[in-house]
Every structure is written in C-alpha cells, then in structure tokens.
Design a protein around this ligand. Sequence first.
Ligand SMILES: [Zn+2]
Length: 320
Amino acid sequence: MEDSVNISILNRFEKIATNNRLAHAYLFVGPELTGKSETALAIAKLVNCADTARELFCDACPSCIKINAGSHPDVGVIDSGDGQSIKIAAIRDLVSRVQLRPFEAPKKVFVIKNIEQLTLEGSNALLKTLEEPGSDTLLILTTAVPEKNLETVKSRCHVVNFFPATQQRVAATLEDDLDIPEPVAHFLAYFSEGCLGKARRFYQEGIFERKNDMIDHMVLEQDNEAYLKTLSADKEKTKEALAVLLSWFRDLMLLKTGVEQGCVVHADRRKELLSLVSQYSFNQLKEIVEGIVDTSRMLGENLNIKIPLILLREKIWTRS
Ligand SMILES: [Zn+2]
C-alpha cells in the first residue's frame, strides 16, 4: 500500500485547516510511491467536503465525488509523466485559473506533480503565483528529487516530508520470499527507497550485478573513457548508471554527515565508501549530486550529455 494516502499527514492538515492556518503553498518531498499526490487530493477533499460534520471528508458529497472522478472545476492536477518536462502552457493555464473565482469550491486546490520537471520558464511563470496565490487557493507541489528544485520555488513553500515503508521490512521480505542473499536484498530495498514492487523489478532486471560494475568503472577506475563512450551510446543504460551514481554519492553525503552506516544503499561496498568519504568535501559531494541530477534531466529531455558527463567525470576525480 505504498501509494496510498498518508493518514498522519492528512490528520495534520485537518488540524491546520480547522484552525484556519493553512499556508498558500506546500511542497511534498519524498520518494516515488509514498502517497504524495494521493494525500494532496485527499487534502483537496478535506478542505472542500460539503459534509462538515464528518471527520476528514465524506467521499459521498458532490465535491468529494467530483474530486475522486477528476472532474472538479476548482481542483486541478498537473502531471507531466515520467521524465517529461512540465509544459509551460499547463503552468500558464494554472496561473489564470488561480486568478479566477472558484466555481463552486470554498478553496481551489492545484497539485503540480514532479516539480523537478519544471523548466526555468515554467518556474518563473509560477513564482508570482506562489507569492500571492490569493486566500481561496491552495497549491501543493510534489517532488522526489528535492536537490533539483529551484531555491526560489522551495523558499515559497512549506515543506512536508513523506517517508517510505521501512527499507528494512522490504529487505526482510525479499530475503524470506525470494531467497535473496542479505547484501543484495539490502541494496534492492534501499535503492528502491523501500518500495517492494520496484525492488522486485530491480531484482528481475539483475541490477545488483551491473551496479557494482558501474561503480568500479565510473568512480574507482580513472581510466574509464572507453566505458563512458559505450555507456553513453545507450540511453537506458546511461539512465540506470546515473541513478546508481546518484545513490552512491548520496551515500557519501550521508556518511559525511555522520549518519549510521547501516542506512547507506551500497552497504556491500562499505569499505570503498568509507575510504572515499574523506577524499571529498561536503560541498564537492553536493556539487556532484547536483551534476548527476542535471545530467539525468538533460538525458530525459534528449539533450546531448557528452559534455555534462565529462564534467561530471572531472568532478568525481577531483579528490584530495
Ligand atoms: Zn464530501
């Protein structure tokens, strides 16, 4: 049930709404399938439900029914799809709807999913609305990649964190049900950010074997030009390699901040992680992570990533 409504967050919003202390804009941060947009729509029902006597919402009044059906005129969702940029036209449409009076709802609610897919043009168009959306509008943005979001957008939102089902539980399930050895189960559970369905898929795809090969070639061996060349010829492989790199450097950032070693994704490579962590400053690690996120975005937009990959390689190899 990873993708269902987060009840504790919904309860928090009910209290805030009852006390009339709802902010104009929220940013929901958390891995995929942690129920961010489902919770956002539940909040839309919460603030607009006609049956005020009910706890949370009734799911039966015209407002709740229309929100469930995706046909409420005052509730909108922008979902650009996996890896696709959010169209500027969708943002402009939203901005003009914010300026209109609500058709029937006490509060217009707009959800923008995967805000990391906003183009610069899109976020600029959105900024003014985030500043002064009007008291009859609630904006909820979601992201799984908080590093990517423009500070200007983030600073105008209240951040709410969503956490996945515990990775340990997923690791244990993989070990028990599929007889997967512990180091592999640990990696799959953490790499999938606690999502069992994804972890199973990664297992079927044999990602564990490939990811160590990728780390060897991209991080530990300096002589990797031929590898990068072969890699960058295959979009899907490049995408996977960037995801592996991202998790590797996030691990290093976690270790740098003194997080318990058991929480890292690549626990099977603990020795290499620990020897690398002292060779980078925190800012270097942050820059590498940002570089990886940018390169992934460019790949998603079908831009040429040859130069970003070279720059990334240089950053990775600038060690003390
Ligand atoms: Zn209702």
